[in-house]
Design a binder for this molecule. Structure first.
Ligand SMILES: C[S@@+](CC[C@H](N)C(=O)[O-])C[C@H]1O[C@@H](n2cnc3c(N)ncnc32)[C@H](O)[C@@H]1O
Length: 458
C-alpha cells in the first residue's frame, strides 16, 4: 500500500523496531467482524453470545464453525455476513470491525443509564451501546451531518432499540439542552482516520503532516461541549480511529490539565490491545498486535465535584383525542405488550414513543423522536417498519414466520399468498423469529409494506 513518506517517518520514530511489522500489516487482509444483537431472537449459532464470558460457540451444526467468537467480548465474532442476508436485514447482526468494537466494550453502559453517543453515524457504537442497555434508560444518538443522521436512524431502527432518540445537532446546541445530564458519554471523534487507511485507502488522500493537529483542535472543541453534558460521577469514553498522538494521548493530557475533576480509568489490555504512549491506562489497537484496524480508546470518570444533575421537566404528549383512540384501537387489537413507559408524541402525522425523563427537545433538530410507532392516515393508523422490527413475535397477536424464499421475494417488493387461517389485517412478518415489519393480510394476500428505499433491486 502506498503511504505518505511523512506518515511512515513519523511511525518509524514512534514504533522503533516494531515499525517493520506495523508497515507490513498494511498489506495484510482486513479482518472483518460483526456483533450479534441481544435484542433479537438469537438463532442456535449465536446463543452463546448471551453469555458474559465467551468460549467458542459449541457447534450443533456445521455452520457454527464459520464464525469465531472474539474472546472476552459480549457480542463480537470474526467473520463476514452479507448486507443482503436475513441476519443483517432483520437486525440480528451488525457488521463492525474488531477495533471499533473495543469502544462499546469499554463503554459497556449499565442498564437504566442516560447515555449520549455524540458523533454517532452510521451507528456502530450506538447499536453496541443499545445492546448493553436492553431497552432501559435513554440513548441519545447524535450526528451533526443531516445525511448521515438518516443512515443512523435506519441502522437504529433495524437494530430494534426502543429507547434511542436520534438528534442531528451541533455539540454546542446539545450542551444547552442537556447540562450535566448524561451518566455516560461516548465521543467517537472525527479524526485523521489513519487507522482506516487499510480498510478504506481513499482516506489516505486527505492526510497531510498537519492534518492530525487540525483534527486535534476540532476534537478539543467537541470535548469542551461534551463535558458540559456529563453528570456528576459520569463517564467519558473518548475514541478515535487514528494513531496520531496529537489526537489521542495529547488530547487526554489536555483534558486532565483543564478538568482536574476527571480521572483516567485503566482499560484491560485484552486481545492484543496495547497501552498508550506514556499513558498506561488507555488502549491502542496497532494492526501488527491486534486483529483489526486502528483505534485509540480512553476512559475518564468525573470524580463528582460538579454541579447537580439536571432536574428534568419532561415534554408532553400532543395527540388529539382521535389520534389517541386510533392508537389505542391498534394497540388493543394487535399488541400483547405494554410498550415501555414514555410519552406519545406526533410529528406531522408520525407517531413516536419518546422515553421518559428527557428535557424539552423542541429547540433541537430531531431525526427520530424515540420509537417510531407508525403514521396516522385519514381515519386509520398504520404501524411502522421500526415497530414491526422492535417487537418480538410473543408481543403481537398475529405474526407469520416466512420462508427464506418468501423473504427474498418480500424484500424485493413482491406480495404473496398465505393460509386462510392467518387473521385479516396487520400481521408481523418474521424470519428466523425476528420481525421484518408489519404487512397487511387482505383476503389471503400479504401486501408488501417493506419500504421502497430498502428493497433489494436484482
Ligand atoms: C468516527 S465518525 C463516527 C462513527 C460512529 N461513532 C460509528 O461507530 O458508527 C465521526 C462522526 O463525527 C461527525 N462529525 C464531524 N464533525 C463534527 C463536529 N464538529 N461535531 C460533532 N460531530 C462531528 C462526522 O459526521 C462523523 O459521523
Amino acid at each position: 500500500m502506498d503511504l505518505p513518506v511523512e506518515f511512515l517517518e513519523k511511525y518509524k520514530k514512534i514504533l522503533g523496531e516494531e515499525f517493520a511489522a506495523f508497515h507490513a500489516s498494511f498489506d495484510q487482509p482486513v479482518q472483518t467482524a460483526f456483533r450479534v444483537n441481544p435484542l433479537k431472537e438469537l438463532d442456535e449459532r449465536f446463543r452463546v453470545a448471551k453469555d458474559l464470558l465467551i468460549s467458542p460457540p459449541k457447534s450443533t451444526d456445521g455452520s457454527v464453525s464459520k464464525f469465531e467468537k472474539i474472546p472476552k467480548q459480549h457480542f463480537g465474532y470474526y467473520g463476514k455476513i452479507s448486507g443482503k442476508s436475513i441476519e443483517h436485514v432483520t437486525g440480528l447482526i451488525y457488521s463492525q470491525e474488531p477495533a471499533a468494537q473495543v469502544v462499546g466494550e469499554v463503554a459497556a453502559p449499565k442498564k437504566g443509564m442516560r447515555v449520549l453517543d455524540l458523533c454517532a453515524a452510521p451507528g456502530g457504537k450506538s447499536t453496541h451501546l443499545a445492546s448493553f442497555l436492553e431497552n432501559t434508560g435513554i440513548l441519545v444518538s447524535n450526528e451533526i451531518s443531516n445525511k448521515r443522521s438518516k443512515i443512523l436512524v435506519e441502522n437504529s431502527e433495524r437494530f430494534g432499540s426502543r429507547n434511542t432518540i436520534v438528534l442531528n445537532e451541533q455539540p454546542e446546541r446539545l450542551a444547552r439542552v442537556f447540562p450535566a445530564y448524561f451518566d455516560l458519554i461516548v465521543l467517537d471523534a472525527p479524526c485523521s482516520g489513519e487507522g482506516m487507511f487499510r480498510k478504506n485507502p481513499s482516506a489516505i488522500q486527505y492526510w497531510t503532516e498537519n492534518y492530525p493537529a487540525e483534527c486535534a483542535e476540532l476534537q478539543r472543541e467537541i470535548i469542551t461541549e461534551a463535558l458540559k453534558m456529563l453528570a456528576p460521577g459520569g463517564h467519558l469514553i473518548y475514541s478515535t480511529c487514528t494513531w496520531a498522538p496529537e489526537e489521542n494521548e495529547a488530547n487526554i493530557r489536555w483534558i486532565l490539565e483543564n478538568y482536574p475533576e476527571l480521572a483516567l480509568q485503566d482499560i484491560p489490555k485484552t486481545n492484543g490491545l496495547q497501552a498508550g504512549l506514556n499513558m498506561p491506562e488507555v488502549v491502542r489497537c496497532w494492526p501488527h498486535r491486534f486483529r483489526g484496524e486502528g483505534q485509540f480508546v480512553a476512559h475518564l470518570v468525573d470524580t463528582g465535584k460538579k454541579l447537580e444533575t439536571l432536574k428534568v421537566k419532561s415534554g408532553k404528549s400532543n395527540l388529539t383525542r382521535e389520534q389517541v383512540q386510533l392508537w389505542e384501537d391498534f394497540s388493543h387489537r394487535y399488541l400483547l405488550t405494554e410498550l415501555s413507559a414514555g410519552i406519545l408524541q406526533v410529528f406531522g402525522d408520525q407517531l413516536y414513543l419518546l422515553p421518559d425523563g428527557l428535557p424539552d427537545l423542541s429547540s433541537l433538530k430531531i431525526a427520530r423522536n424515540g420509537l417510531h410507532l407508525g403514521v396516522f392516515k385519514k381515519k386509520r393508523f398504520e404501524p411502522s417498519l421500526a415497530l414491526g422490527m422492535a417487537l418480538k413475535p410473543a408481543e403481537v397477536t398475529t405474526s407469520l414466520e416466512i420462508s427464506e424464499e418468501q423473504f427474498q421475494n418480500y424484500v424485493s417488493g413482491a406480495t404473496f399468498a398465505t393460509d386462510k387461517a392467518v387473521s385479516k389485517g396487520w400481521v408481523q412478518l418474521t424470519v428466523g423469529g425476528n420481525g421484518l415489519g408489519f404487512a397487511k393480510n387482505v383476503n389471503g394476500i400479504i401486501k408488501n409494506y417493506f419500504p421502497k428505499g430498502l428493497r433489494f433491486i436484482s
